[in-house]
Design a protein around this ligand. Structure first.
Ligand code: AMP
Length: 475
């Protein structure tokens, strides 16, 4: 099963004459959330029309394809998978035809009981087309005994556990749903004054709304299901509330800095994390340099706070595709060098503070530090604008297994030695919440703290799903 590798984007538009085109533009803005495959399903009021393909949004959707995706509503999806199976059959949105007609689904997040439900469904005759967890939701809807679509969706969602920000489309309606914990982001927007005012948009991030000139209205709330139909918009909260667990890592790495996430601008949060990092782990140096792009806002914050000049000692090539022809002769640090180049003119003879957002396996940091030294850096001090990543994510961020995470089994000093830095410091867990006045409530930081809000099958050891069981019990 494709369990842990579903970083994704969803985007939907209801009641707009150029629905598919708007979704296409939204997916374009959300490309950072997934580059492997993409798809759009539109409704012309009677049937669903679908196009899914491997590749980037700009390559997959040409004018003729968008024209074919007729209708006033559409949903779309970008999918990313590094270690999961990458096949067209896993590209979303999934479209199925069941007794009540056609329905399509687009999902961001990971279900922690996807494998268990899938086994159950297969035993009672369901045949799956993909290896993705998302298809489980569709089968649960199709096999539900409830009569109304909403009844079926509520029943299906009451059985799945874990992270979901979802969009559904049927010929008449679009439906958005976010899990009760709110693990993954999902926002509601509305088109501005003019011929399309009143048309609605739902997207993973607000940067998608900006591009199509829709106004941000609010988040789709954790546990909320919103239906967009001929009679307008209806909101439902059918599940008992649980403490929210919005992903803090979206702020650190994943979301676009120009998005407003859970009500705060991502760039400002990242900058403030950099400031805090400088307060916690000052060191004498000549310059601060970011690992672009993800380390840039934090490095700006670090430089401002420490009053050490910010310089771009590493320059990124933005046009690096997923594959390139490797040289037959060894070029040192080739894998990183093709993305980043270290500037001797900036670095030579300097004591350098290099700021990145996170260390996962440690291999990138090690190569970057070697590159900085090759370019003449006299000292290299690594500063990370998040705490050490000690545990995998089971809720939709692509982190490797625990054993591959360098911080899961190595001390700070061991990591420092491995990456060959003169000094190494991470942001403290408390410091990560400085921007929020120390208030950790409402966030999931399991990858740093080990506090998993919803339990899971962890590398073979089945843990109790007690939280969700309590929830089921109450409902
Ligand atoms: P590593 O060599 O595994 O330590 O890679 C660290 C780099 O990966 C950092 O520059 C991070 O910005 C980046 N990174 C962190 N999390 C992810 C993720 N989920 N997907 C892709 N890159 C990531």
């Amino acid at each position: 099963m494709d369990k842990f590798h579903d970083e994704c984007a969803v985007m939907g538009v209801y009641g707009h004459p150029e629905a598919a085109n708007m979704v296409y533009l939204g997916l374009y803005a959300l490309q950072h959330r997934g580059q492997e495959s993409c798809g759009i399903v539109s409704s012309d009021g009677k049937a669903l029309i679908s196009h899914r393909q491997m590749g980037l949004v700009a390559d997959v959707f040409k004018e003729d394809v968008i024209k074919r995706l007729e209708g006033q509503s559409a949903i779309g999806h970008n999918r990313y998978s590094t270690q999961g199976q990458s096949h067209l059959k896993n590209a979303q949105p999934f479209v199925v035809e069941y007794s009540q007609g056609p329905i399509a689904i687009a999902h961001n997040g990971n279900l922690v009981n996807g494998a268990i439900l899938r086994e159950e469904l297969e035993r009672s005759g369901s045949i799956f087309q993909s290896t993705s967890d998302t298809e489980v939701i569709i089968h649960l809807i199709a096999t539900s005994k409830e009569i109304s679509l909403m009844g079926r969706i509520v029943e299906a969602l009451s059985r799945v556990r874990g992270a979901y920000s979802l969009l559904f489309i049927t010929p008449e309606r679009m439906i958005a749903a976010r899990d009760p914990y709110g693990f993954r982001p999902l926002v509601l927007g509305k088109f501005r004054e003019g011929p399309n005012s009143g048309s609605h948009v739902v997207a993973s991030e607000t940067c998608a709304l900006d591009l199509i000139e829709a106004d941000y209205v609010r988040e789709v709330e954790p546990g909320e299901i919103i239906t967009f139909g001929p009679n307008g918009m209806e909101s439902l909260k059918p599940f008992p509330p649980v403490p929210h667990a919005k992903c803090i890592f979206e702020y650190i790495y994943f979301a676009r800095p120009d998005s407003s996430l859970y009500g705060h601008n991502v760039y400002n949060v990242r900058k403030s994390m950099g400031r805090q990092l400088a307060k916690e782990s000052a060191v004498n140096a000549d310059l601060v340099t970011p690992v672009p792009d993800s380390g840039v806002p934090a490095a700006i914050g670090y430089a401002e706070e420490s009053k050490i000049p910010l310089e771009f000692g590493l320059i990124r090539n933005h046009y690096v595709g997923r594959t390139f022809i490797e040289p037959q002769q060894t070029i040192r640090h080739f894998g990183v060098k093709i993305k980043l180049n270290a500037q001797r003119e900036v670095l030579n003879g300097k004591r350098v503070i290099v700021v990145d957002d996170s260390i996962v396996r440690g291999t990138t940091s090690r190569k970057i530090i070697r590159m900085l030294r090759d370019a003449g850096a006299k000292e290299v001090h690594m500063r990370i604008s998040s705490p050490a990543t000690t545990g995998p994510c089971y809720y939709g961020i692509d982190t490797p297994t625990r054993t591959e995470l360098i911080a899961s089994s190595n001390s700070l000093e061991e990591i420092r030695r491995f990456i060959e830095a003169d000094t190494l410091a991470y942001l403290s867990n408390e410091g990560m919440y400085d921007y929020f006045d120390g208030n950790r409530q409402g966030f999931c930081d399991a990858c740093f703290s080990g506090n998993y809000p919803v339990h899971f099958e962890d590398e073979g050891h089945t843990r109790q799903l007690h939280l969700f069981d309590a929830l089921q019990h109450r409902s």
